[in-house]
Every structure is written in structure tokens, then in C-alpha cells.
Design a protein around this ligand. Structure first.
Ligand code: CA
Length: 472
């Protein structure tokens, strides 16, 4: 009788343990490369982004989300590690080198989820290199960008030959050569979604979701779309949708006359521009913006296809969805065509989180938040413990109550760092220069008021000092 009783107790225990494992929420994390908040649901009413807008309606859009670094590699580091890190594009590879040399490193977010019973899969551009490998063509199996993180790291290369080709690919397998000048800065070829790499990444995502739907194990699935990263190539059907749409000029297109993080837009200028320069040619500037918009609409369509599959499989009922832009992009603001600055446009990016706990779905928050908040938030939403080493704040209270306050956001690039409060942005350089902008009065950062407000500069400098920001 006693044995019988123990068996029943064990079976009940097993049932609860198993059902708990089955009920663990999945994560679908969608990264979009170089997407500033150029979306209808984020106030850009001339942009066609119906799928991301629909997603925003189901969850919480964060209108004041800031990345911690204005370039792909270091920004993705902060998202994946939950801490600030090195400022260069090889930030994540540097960590891999440390692991190889047996130096102590913190676990990455996917590894944390993996250790907590999740299947972790990355597809497309999630870390800095699509597919997560190094080497000349980014396909060397012995150079892993994030050791121990992913059960699978996928990148369909198709006619682009290798992951490096996918990253800067144009239509039908055109790969950027050693001289970027031979590749056009924008393009809109007639054809289906798969004439550019994101169409294939999306097909693979759909296939992967089908696989997930047949297993019981919870998953952490990160999908990284590459557009609207340069070069701005998307199927012509997306470009055509902007034929009769007027895209406004940059609100402030003057080059700053104070020491700043202004740069000559080298990444953009190195492509073939038919001898034209958007800084001096309004018509060309408008064409560039239309092609960026076409890439956003193309990426939006891929998001729509992924979310439709999530719904079709029924996985949407138990999956937290995050959509994140890895940094902003200046489309002519401050006479910059690109990222890599510490101006608002380079640091401001969209963030949307969808979860059952969201109250007042679709209502956006103006609370200032930052990318390092994502790791603790996802732990909080899936009932995993939040690792001590993460430095962000869980955004769950903001999901439950849209009126919850945010906190200051920090960012850095080589030799420079910045703090964004809900009113000010201060940028300081190692050489001692300071830029202060009052966003209440001057949302486009047109006037550096640092010399007029030394008290504010001092107070914000103190806050910056308290943060361990890497700037090497
Ligand atoms: Ca990027």
C-alpha cells in the first residue's frame, strides 16, 4: 500500500513537472538591422509598415528605446550579454577570444536560456556575423562568434555564396567585392522576395517554426533580418509603393559647428552613387530615403510572414515576441547619412514587446529605456532568475502599467559617451568636449547648450562617471 502511495505521488509530481516544462513560454526575438523608428506605428506616417504596426497593437511599443552603441557589433553585444561592452564591431568576437583563452566571461542570454531547458536557435543576423562564424567569408566553423550559445546557428547563403556575401548582397546573388564602389548604394530589381537574402531567411524561419511546433521543448528563437542595412536593395514592388508618397526632408540637415561625433558618412559614400551626394542634392537625398523606406517595407513584409506562421502553428499563444532595431540611422539629419554617431537618430531605435502580461495593449510608452534591459526582461517574462551580472532593468512593470517611469539610457563609441535622460542628452569626449541638448526645447539637437548650463552638464557627467562604460 505504501509503495502504491509513493508511486502515485511520483506520478503526480512528474505530471506537474512535465506540464510546467511544456508551459514554459517561448521567445521569438526579431532583430532588424539598421532600423530607426521609421515605422507608421512610431510616428512616421509616410512609411508602409502594416505588419510591425499590427504587432505594436498587440503589445507595448517603446517610443523612447535607445541602444547602447550606434553600430551593429557593439549594440548586439549589449542585447545578447545584458551588459555594456567593447565599442568596436568585433565586440562579440573579442569575447569569443577570451573564452578560448579560458578567461572568465558572463553567460550570454541564449546560453542562459539554454541552461534553463530551452532550445536556442539563431537565424540570419543576430550576432554581428549572419550565421555566427568568422574567417574571411564568415564561414569558418572553427571561429565561432558565440561559443555555447546556440543549438543551431542558421544562415541560408543560396546564390550569395557565403554569409559575407549575404550581408552586403544585392539581387540575384550579387556579392560586394573588395571595392564597394562597384556596388550600387540602392537598387530595386523586379522579382519575388527571394531575389534578396531576407526572403530566404524568412523561408527558413517559417520552416524552423514548423519544426518547433512539433516539439514540446520551449525555444528561444532569434531571427535577424538584414534590411534596411546598406546597400538599400529590395524588390521593386516595395519601392513602387512609395511612388506617390511624399517623404519629408530631414528636419535639421546642417553640419554641427561644434566638436561632435559628426562624420563624413564613409560607410554610405563608399558605394557607387553615380557621382551624386545626398548632402548637396535634394532630389538624390529623396531617392535614398525612398529606397530606405522600400527596404523597411520589405523587412516589414518578412516580419508579417514570420508572424503569420507563428499564428498558424498556434505557437503564438505561448510565445513572447520582441522586435528590436539594433540602432538608428541618420537620413540626412546633421548632414549625416549613416549610423556611428552619438546623435539621437543613431541611438534611437524601435522596440516592441508582446506578452500576455501587457495591459492597455497597443498603447505606447514614452519612458526612456535601453537595450541592456532586454535580457532581464525576458528572464522576468519567462520566470527564469535574472542573472546578477546583467545591468539593465526588467521592463515587465512597463508592460503591466504604461505609466511606469523609465530610467536614463547610456551609450558609447570610441573615446565618447552619452547619457539620455527624459529631457536632456549629454555627450562627452575623452578630450573634454561636451554637447548638451534639451529635448524639450530642441528635439532635433540643433543647439549645443553645454556652455549655458554648466550645472546640468556637471550633474549628468557625475551620472556618466558612475557607469562602467567601455570606450576602447
Ligand atoms: Ca546594424
Amino acid at each position: 500500500m505504501k509503495n502504491y502511495h509513493i508511486t502515485i505521488c511520483l506520478l503526480i509530481g512528474l505530471f506537474f513537472t512535465t506540464s510546467k516544462a511544456q508551459n514554459k513560454k517561448n521567445i521569438l526575438f526579431i532583430c532588424i538591422d539598421d532600423l530607426r523608428p521609421e515605422l507608421k506605428s512610431f510616428g512616421a506616417d509616410y512609411i508602409i509598415s502594416p505588419n510591425i504596426d499590427a504587432l505594436a497593437k498587440k503589445g507595448r511599443p517603446f517610443y523612447n528605446h535607445y541602444v547602447n552603441a550606434p553600430s551593429c557589433g557593439p549594440s548586439r553585444y549589449t542585447m545578447l550579454m545584458g551588459t555594456y561592452g567593447p565599442a568596436q564591431n568585433d565586440a562579440i568576437f573579442k569575447r569569443a577570444k577570451d573564452i578560448k583563452q579560458n578567461k572568465a566571461v558572463n553567460l550570454s542570454m541564449p546560453e542562459w536560456f539554454k541552461n534553463n531547458g530551452y532550445t536556442t536557435v539563431s537565424l540570419g543576423k543576430v550576432s554581428h556575423h549572419p550565421g555566427g562564424l568568422g574567417g574571411v567569408d564568415w564561414n569558418d566553423p572553427n571561429t565561432i562568434e558565440m561559443p555555447n550559445a546556440w543549438d543551431k546557428s542558421l544562415i541560408p547563403v543560396k546564390e550569395w555564396q557565403h554569409p559575407r556575401g549575404v550581408m552586403h548582397g544585392l539581387s540575384n546573388g550579387e556579392v560586394r567585392g573588395k571595392v564597394a564602389k562597384s556596388m550600387d548604394v540602392f537598387q530595386s530589381t523586379v522579382g519575388e522576395d527571394t531575389i534578396y537574402p531576407d526572403g530566404h531567411i524568412t523561408n527558413k524561419a517559417i520552416e524552423q517554426l514548423e519544426n518547433f511546433s512539433k516539439t514540446k521543448k520551449p525555444f528561444f528563437f532569434a531571427v535577424g533580418l538584414i534590411k534596411p542595412h546598406l546597400p538599400f536593395g529590395a524588390p521593386k514592388k516595395y519601392y513602387d509603393r512609395y511612388k506617390n508618397i511624399n517623404i519629408p526632408d530631414a528636419a535639421f540637415s546642417q553640419k554641427p559647428n561644434w566638436p561632435s561625433t559628426w562624420h563624413g558618412s564613409g560607410e554610405f559614400m563608399k558605394y557607387n552613387r553615380w557621382g551624386k551626394d545626398p548632402r548637396a542634392d535634394k532630389g538624390f537625398a529623396n531617392e535614398v530615403k525612398k529606397h530606405y523606406a522600400a527596404c523597411v517595407t520589405y523587412a516589414d513584409a518578412q516580419v508579417g510572414r514570420i508572424l503569420a506562421k507563428l499564428k498558424e502553428t498556434g505557437l503564438d499563444k505561448n510565445t513572447v515576441i520582441v522586435l528590436w532595431g539594433d540602432h538608428g540611422w541618420s537620413l540626412g539629419e546633421h548632414a549625416i547619412w549613416g549610423k556611428h554617431s552619438l546623435f539621437e537618430e543613431a541611438l534611437h531605435s524601435p522596440l516592441i514587446i508582446v506578452d500576455h502580461c501587457v495591459k492597455d495593449k497597443g498603447k505606447g510608452t514614452n519612458a526612456v529605456v535601453e537595450t541592456v534591459d532586454i535580457f532581464p526582461t525576458l528572464c522576468d517574462l519567462t520566470n527564469l532568475s535574472i542573472p546578477d551580472f546583467t545591468i539593465g532593468v526588467s521592463l515587465k512593470p512597463l508592460l503591466k502599467n504604461v505609466k511606469t517611469k523609465g530610467h536614463n539610457a547610456y551609450a558609447y563609441k570610441r573615446g565618447k559617451k552619452t547619457i539620455r535622460t527624459d529631457r536632456y542628452r549629454l555627450v562627452v569626449s575623452n578630450k573634454g568636449s561636451a554637447e548638451l541638448f534639451d529635448h524639450q526645447e530642441d528635439p532635433y539637437e540643433t543647439k549645443n547648450i553645454a556652455s549655458k548650463h554648466p550645472d546640468v552638464v556637471k550633474e549628468l557627467k557625475e551620472l556618466l562617471k558612475q557607469k562602467d562604460l567601455q570606450r576602447n
